[in-house]
Ligand binder design. Structure first.
Ligand code: AGP
Length: 592
């Protein structure tokens, strides 16, 4: 969702900001803008659409050593030039960018700003108007403290005060924001990506803190104005990993990286053939009497497979949609452990649960791909996914990495057994390689089968969870109305939708239920459906379109998802869609 980058130093900030915004593109956005402060005036350039549009409206003659950039994912008001950030206060004294949602904006408008002439439909303009009003009667530090008191909701803010040409301000609550430290410059950014082209020295900002950013120094204050000392940390991202190389799309690159990720996880989590997980994490997990997996979207689908794996160790495990759990919390059993699954580590829905559960005293473990992310910092423990940066909005390698790390955790928890997980994951990596080598076949299958505006994935047991994930992948990038169903549920309603040539894709990897799923495929075929079957070799028929070498049945979801990722990719490619940045979607969903 919205991305922020800010810079203050001795060189022109323009290109630094534009590059930072390009690095944030993956988060999802629909308009963009920058503000440049050239000591005399603050120049604002903004436009709807991509950064390329913004570049075309930026005046190359304007230079400024202080500036802020923003990519906007519309929440309040359409994605127009008028609603794009930065926004300026009515006198022009303040210029502001914002990521988040102000929940009490209506109340603020009515209480403090009833005579203010708003220029946009955004909640952000309320903040810039309010800071201007507060600064009439307070020095700016006090005005920011009052602002923090008055704002309810999530916000990461960058603020320029026209009366202070050598300072940039940052304020944060709930929405992600980091500081970037240089020798002769300082930065702020929504994540490390926004700043890695200048620095890998980062500093956290905690909720309700604000920062005075000057060329040579950063000063962090808490909400009462007390100075906070915080040590920088080094970003654990290799900037070269975020390049697309010769690939047309990040998504295809990330699909192809999955075997490497599996091998990296073996290297990371196994020592001398034994699973190597931090003792403190292990002790926490072993003490749990019931586990609650909290996640959203694809990470939640990985969670369902995690439930299957963790319950195999004898510990009851529940899976919950983060956005539901936080405001509709079920009875929590004594001895609960909360496990958060989040590629980005920034998902606001999951974070809301984490904050609530931590306050209630429950232990929290986060599985994330991003070291230093909010969910990682705020949980008691973290297990990293080691998938490398995932840029495409559609999650692929982080999904399989999450499933693999859950399998590692569950296997360690189960203790001594003949199950050699390192070997089984190595087999998975090899089978993944053979599947992704056959791209032309998936391109053809997508042409043949994904011809309608709708499609169904069906499966039983863990194949049902793969069906859910496969349908989400297809929906989000190809815009085909796809649904994943437990194959046995079809007859209870959904089969009414089957008509001539409806695509139905069956997933078959579990011996105990394969005949049942085949029967369900027959039932839809009898009603005109065009079926495509993805099956394990040991359970296959010669007529199956995709036959996969068997892996251990517990790890089947790591493999059966690969053809579905490729079908989604080619389905979208044949429709000439923006695969890495699908419409309306954001990579990091940082608002609830
Ligand atoms: C995945 O393809 C989706 N883009 C989306 O469902 C995603 O998994 C979800 O928003 C959760 O994100 P997270 O893993 O970063 O928390």
């Amino acid at each position: 969702m919205c991305g922020i980058v800010g810079f203050i130093g001795h060189v022109d900030a323009k290109e630094i900001l534009l590059t930072g915004l390009e690095r944030l593109e993956y988060r999802g956005y629909d308009s963009a803008g920058i503000a440049l402060f050239d000591q005399d005036a603050v120049h604002v350039f903004k436009d709807k659409g991509r950064i390329a549009n913004l570049r075309s409206v930026v005046d190359p003659q304007v230079k400024g050593t202080v500036g802020m950039g923003h990519t906007r994912w519309a929440t309040h008001g359409k994605p127009t030039q008028r609603n794009a950030h930065p926004h300026q206060s009515s006198t022009g004294r303040f210029t502001l960018v914002h990521n988040g949602v102000i929940e009490n904006e209506i109340e603020l408008r009515e209480t403090y700003l009833s005579d203010y002439a708003f220029q946009s439909d955004t909640d952000t303009e309320v903040i810039v108007a309010l800071i201007e009003k507060l600064a009439l009667t307070h020095d700016l530090a006090t005005a920011i403290q009052c602002l923090i008191e008055k704002l309810h909701g999530s916000y990461a803010l960058g603020i320029i005060d026209h009366e202070q040409p050598d300072v940039l301000y940052a304020v944060k609550n709930k929405s992600p924001l980091l500081l970037g430290k240089g020798e002769t410059f300082q930065m702020m950014g929504s994540d490390a990506m926004a700043m890695l082209h200048c620095t890998d020295q980062l500093i956290e900002i905690h909720d309700k803190e604000y920062v005075r950013i000057e060329k040579e120094r950063l000063t962090i204050y808490d909400a009462t104005g007390q100075v906070v000392n915080r040590t920088p940390f080094v970003a654990q991202i290799d900037a070269t990993e975020i390049e697309k190389g010769t690939y047309a799309h990040y998504m295809l690159k990330e699909i192809d990286e999955q075997p490497v990720v599996m091998r990296r996880l073996i290297d990371t989590y196994f020592k001398a053939g034994q699973i190597d997980i931090d003792d403190a994490i292990l002790a926490t997990v072993e003490q749990a009497k019931r586990m609650y997996i909290i996640a959203a979207g694809t990470s939640m689908h990985a969670g369902w497979i995690g439930k299957q794996l963790l319950e195999g160790t004898g510990t009851p495990t529940e899976v919950h949609i983060a956005s539901e759990f936080v405001y509709n919390t079920p009875i929590i059993t004594e001895g609960a452990l909360f496990i958060f699954l989040s590629q980005s580590g920034e998902t606001a829905d999951s974070r809301a649960v984490l904050v609530k559960m931590k306050a209630l005293g429950y232990p929290c473990l986060t599985l994330t791909n991003v070291a230093g992310s909010t969910l990682s910092r705020e949980a008691d423990h973290t297990l990293l996914l080691h998938a490398g940066p995932e840029i495409a909005v559609a999650s692929t390698k982080a999904y399989t990495a999450t499933v693999a790390v859950l399998a590692i955790l569950a296997t360690r928890l189960a203790g001594e057994s003949d199950f050699n997980l390192a070997h089984e994951l190595a087999v998975v990596a090899t089978v993944m390689e053979s599947l992704i080598a056959d791209k032309e076949m998936y391109s053809q299958l997508a042409r043949t089968y994904l011809t309608a505006h709708h499609a169904f994935y069906i499966g039983r047991h863990v194949d049902y969870y793969t069906a859910l994930e496969a349908a989400l992948k297809l929906k989000e990038i190809s815009y085909i109305q796809a649904e994943g169903f437990a194959a046995g549920e079809l007859k209870h309603g959904t089969i009414a939708l089957i008509e001539d040539q409806t695509p139905v894709i069956g997933i078959i990897s579990q011996a105990a239920v394969h005949l049942n799923t085949r029967s369900n495929l027959k039932e839809v075929e009898a009603r005109g459906a065009k079926t495509l079957t993805i099956s394990f070799k040991s359970l296959s028929l010669a007529s199956d379109q995709v036959i996969i070498d068997d892996v251990h049945p517990l790890l089947a979801p790591l493999i059966t998802c690969i053809p579905t990722q490729l079908l989604a990719y080619y389905g979208a490619l044949h429709r000439q869609l923006d695969i890495d940045k699908p419409r309306n979607l954001a990579k990091s969903v940082t608002v609830e």
